[in-house]
Design a protein around this ligand. Structure first.
Ligand code: 5AD
Ligand code: SF4
Length: 344
C-alpha cells in the first residue's frame, strides 16, 4: 500500500490506531498466515569501535566488561537451534575487527556444513570484499541498520559516520544477493513525527527484505542518559505503517519493545510483525551485551527461554515456525534473477 507523508504522519500521531492496527494485522495475516518466524541471536562480542551516542557498548563506556566468544563456542551455540525448532541463527556483535574476514568465513562455513540453518550476519560496517566472501561461504542474510536517516541527526548520534555511506553499504549487500535487512531507532532526541515519517518512507524506498523499528531506550552510561525514552506506542505505529507499506517483508517485534513489558513483543505481533529474535547468547555473558538497560535480563537457560516464548506466541493465537523464514519479497527477487540467468 502506498502512503503519502501526511497520511503516515497522521497515523504516527495516533489519528486512527485501531484502523491502522487492524489493517496491518490483516495485511500480515494475508501474507504470512499465523506463522511467526524465530531467529536465535548469538551476541558473540560486545567489543565495538564505533561511538553511537545512544548505545551502551560504545568504547567510552568503560564500566562494561568486554567479552569475545571463540569460533568453537559460536558454532556450538548455533548447534542448539535445530533441536529448539529454530531455523535461523543470527550472528551479531559490535563493530569488532578482531573477527577477521577468514574467521567469520570459517564460522559461517562450519555452521552451514553442520546444521540445516539460515545464517544472518550483523557485524556492522565491513568492506564489500568481506561481505562478498561471507556470501560465498554460505551466509544468507545481513542486517545493517540505518538507525536514523536525517543527515544531521545521523552525524550527531553516530559521530564520525555518514548516512550516505551506511546506505551505500546496504545497497551493496542487496546487490551481492543477501537477504538484506535494515531499520531505525524510534524516538532518538531531536527526532520528530515528520522525521520519523521520512525514515519510514526511506526504509520503504530501499525495497528491503527485512525492516525493524524499535524504541530508543536511554542507557545510563551514555551521553543520552537523561534523554526522554522513545514512545512505545509510536514504535508500534511505526511497525504497523511499515507493514502496510511493505506487505511481503519480514518485520520483527524488536527486543526493545519487550523492555519492562513481558508482552511487548507479542503486542508487536498483533500490529503486523511476523518475526521474533530471542537471544541465545550463553548465560555467562548474556547480561554484558547491554546495548540498552535490561536488554538481556532473562535468567533462564536457553531452552526454557525459547519454550516460554513459544508458549506465549501460541497463547496469543500464532504458530511459532521452525522454517528458515525467507521473506516472500526476497524469494520473488531471487526467482527473477534465476529466471534471467536461465534465459541468457
Ligand atoms: N535503544 C534502542 N535501541 C538501541 N540500539 C542501540 N542502542 C539502543 C538504544 N539505546 C539498537 C541499534 C543497533 C541494535 C543492535 O540495537 O539499532 O543497531
Ligand atoms: Fe557499536 Fe552498534 Fe552500539 Fe553503535 S549501536 S556503538 S555500532 S554496538
Amino acid at each position: 500500500m502506498k502512503l503519502q507523508k501526511n497520511e503516515i504522519a497522521a497515523y504516527l500521531s495516533g489519528a486512527d490506531d485501531s484502523g491502522l492496527y487492524d489493517k496491518a494485522r490483516f495485511t500480515c495475516n494475508a501474507v504470512f498466515g499465523s506463522e511467526i518466524y524465530l531467529r536465535g541471536i548469538i551476541e558473540f562480542s560486545n567489543v565495538c569501535s564505533k561511538h553511537c551516542r545512544y548505545c551502551g557498548l560504545r568504547p567510552e563506556n568503560t564500566a562494561v566488561q568486554r567479552y569475545r566468544l571463540s569460533e568453537s563456542q559460536i558454532i556450538h551455540v548455533a548447534g542448539l537451534l535445530p533441536e529448539l525448532g529454530i531455523g535461523t541463527v543470527v550472528l551479531q556483535s559490535g563493530d569488532d575487527p578482531y573477527y577477521s574476514k577468514e574467521m567469520v568465513g570459517s564460522i559461517v562455513r562450519e555452521i552451514k556444513l553442520r546444521y540445516d540453518l539460515a545464517v544472518t550476519l550483523s557485524l556492522g560496517d565491513r568492506s564489500r570484499d568481506e561481505y562478498a566472501f561471507w556470501k560465498d561461504c554460505g551466509a544468507d542474510r545481513y542486517l545493517l541498520k540505518a538507525e536514523i536517516f536525517d543527515t544531521r541527526m545521523h552525524a550527531l548520534h553516530r559521530p564520525g559516520e555518514l548516512i550516505s555511506e551506511r546506505c551505500h553499504r546496504i545497497y551493496q549487500l542487496k546487490a551481492l544477493g543477501y537477504e538484506t535487512g535494515s531499520g531505525i531507532i524510534v524516538g532518538l532526541p531531536d527526532s520528530t513525527i515528520e522525521s520519523l515519517a521520512e525514515d519510514l518512507m526511506q526504509l520503504t524506498a530501499m525495497e528491503l527484505h527485512m525492516i525493524a523499528a524499535g524504541p530508543f531506550i536511554p542507557h545510563p552510561n551514555t551521553p543520552l542518559c537523561d534523554a526522554i525514552p522513545g514512545n512505545k506506542d509510536l514504535s508500534l505505529r511505526s511497525l504497523a505503517v511499515l507493514r502496510l507499506m511493505n506487505p511481503d517483508a519480514n518485520i520483527p517485534a524488536t527486543s526493545a519493545l519487550g523492555v519492562n513489558d513481558p508482552f511487548g513483543r507479542i503486542r508487536g505481533l498483533e500490529v503486523g510483525a511476523n518475526v521474533i529474535m530471542p537471544s541465545i547468547t550463553p548465560e555467562s555473558v548474556r547480561k554484558l551485551y547491554e546495548i540498552y538497560p535490561d536488554k538481556n535480563v532473562v535468567k533462564d537457560d536457553v531452552t526454557s527461554v525459547i519454550n516460554h516464548l513459544k508458549e506465549d506466541i501460541k497463547t496469543a493465537g500464532y504458530q511459532p515456525s521452525s522454517s528458515k523464514g525467507f521473506s516472500p519479497k526476497y524469494q520473488i527477487q531471487l526467482r527473477s534473477v534465476l529466471l534471467d540467468k536461465t534465459q541468457t
